[in-house]
Write a protein that binds this ligand. Structure first.
Ligand code: NAP
Ligand code: F7E
Length: 323
């Protein structure tokens, strides 16, 4: 019998890569999608006929209870969230409802319908915020710097609490930034690589950015979804940092991306205060030693390969749109 998995957030970057991975492993994959007036299935269009899409929303626990009763999955991956840090200052309550309380709703639906279900929570390096040690590991104290980070800390601890209260197989992956050609256009990596492609095509003459000094530990999303799956295959649930162990500044990202298209970034990049944040996370770098040792996880793609892949994909995308 094929294993059954439910992914919340299947239309997002990670949801699409995880769905591919689970289909390759022979799973029956269901993906929860929320109602909207237009369809936004671009990231899963190539596998849509192999996924069972079910309507539900993290804001509505009843919908999730019904989905679990109908599908009876053995594994639930909770990837849905309001995931853009900048937006979390403009919509702090919605961010809390979705990214924080939404986790409780899914966990409680799991507990109610079938406590044997294995649960994955998409925790984030944003929980470390104003970092208390370098590099960050599973035991590093949290100090979130945005409503998004605060909501993720809640989601993380409610996962630990349901594990300890109800003996659920609930694991939390503390994932550092991971990117891909499927990344949303508002995040800095994709904004830069897409901007480079448009500048190279003569469609735009500058790129407005905020803080170039922030440092991030950037990896490739397809590598990171493997770690999610590995966590749910362990006998015991636990928490794991997933990272590359390297950090790079936004400025390095910009230099490398423009260089990949033979452009000099200094001619195009302009500073725009609108992209500065009320409180910044200055430096993130994770130590993935536990995930490597216990899960046998490793990443295949490094920072330079990631940037090259994203610039090439955006150049191809812009060309196809022009054609
Ligand atoms: P993403 O591309 O922004 O996708 C978010 C997904 O959540 C989308 O499918 C979105 O649906 C869905 N969603 C939002 N609100 C919802 C609601 N109320 N009910 C149901 N679904 C809802 O995010 P991602 O980059 O794939 O990240 C996946 C998860 O990992 C998120 O929880 C994120 O916070 C976390 N995370 C991401 C990173 C990273 O670097 N990517 C690092 C650490 C943790 P629509 O398509 O309808 O908007
Ligand atoms: O910003 C700086 C910005 O929006 C990265 C989410 O997936 O990863 C992501 O959160 C850095 C910040 O990602 C612009 O100030 C400069 O320091 O790409 P980002 P993020 O905030 O790190 C974590 C792990 C998550 O969990 C989140 O869900 O880049 N930056 N100029 C800019 N950022 C943006 N977006 N736009 C700019 O113009």
């Amino acid at each position: 019998m094929a294993k059954r998995a439910l992914i919340t957030g299947v239309t997002g970057q990670d949801g699409s890569y995880l769905a591919e991975l689970l289909l390759d492993q022979g799973y029956e994959v269901s993906g929860m999608v929320r109602r909207s007036s237009t369809i936004n299935f671009e990231r899963i269009a190539h596998i849509q006929d192999r996924i069972n899409l079910v309507a539900g929303d993290l804001l509505d626990e009843v919908s999730m209870i019904n989905i679990l009763k109908e599908i009876r999955p053995q594994e639930v991956y909770n990837l849905a969230a309001q995931s853009f840090v900048q937006t979390s200052w403009n919509q702090p309550v919605l961010t809390g409802e979705t990214t924080a309380l939404g986790v409780t709703r899914v966990l409680d639906a799991v507990r109610t319908v079938d406590p044997e279900i294995r649960f994955y929570q998409a925790s984030s390096s944003e929980m470390f915020g104003k970092v208390q040690e370098v590099p960050q590991v599973e035991t590093t104290p949290f100090y979130p710097r945005s409503p998004y980070g605060v909501a993720k800390v809640y989601g993380h601890w409610i996962t630990v609490n349901y594990r300890e209260s109800y003996d659920l197989h609930a694991s939390s992956g503390i994932l550092f930034n991971h990117e891909s050609p499927r990344r949303g256009l508002e995040f800095v990596t994709r904004k830069v690589t897409h901007g480079v492609a448009r500048i190279a095509a003569g469609l735009q003459d500058n790129l407005a950015l905020g803080n170039l000094d922030a440092q991030r530990d950037w990896g490739f999303a397809a590598d990171y979804v493997r770690a999610m799956w590995l966590m749910l295959q362990q006998d015991q649930p636990d928490d794991y940092v997933v990272a590359t162990g390297e950090t790079h500044s936004v400025k390095e990202l910009v230099e490398l991306s423009f260089a990949a298209a033979d452009l000099d970034w200094e001619k195009y990049v302009v500073m725009d205060e609108r992209f500065l944040r009320p409180a910044e996370v200055d430096l993130l770098v994770g130590d993935p030693a536990k995930a490597e040792k216990v899960l046998g996880w490793h990443r295949d793609v490094d920072f330079a390969q990631l940037v090259q892949m994203m610039v090439e994909a955006d150049i191809a995308l812009v060309k196809s749109q022009q054609a």
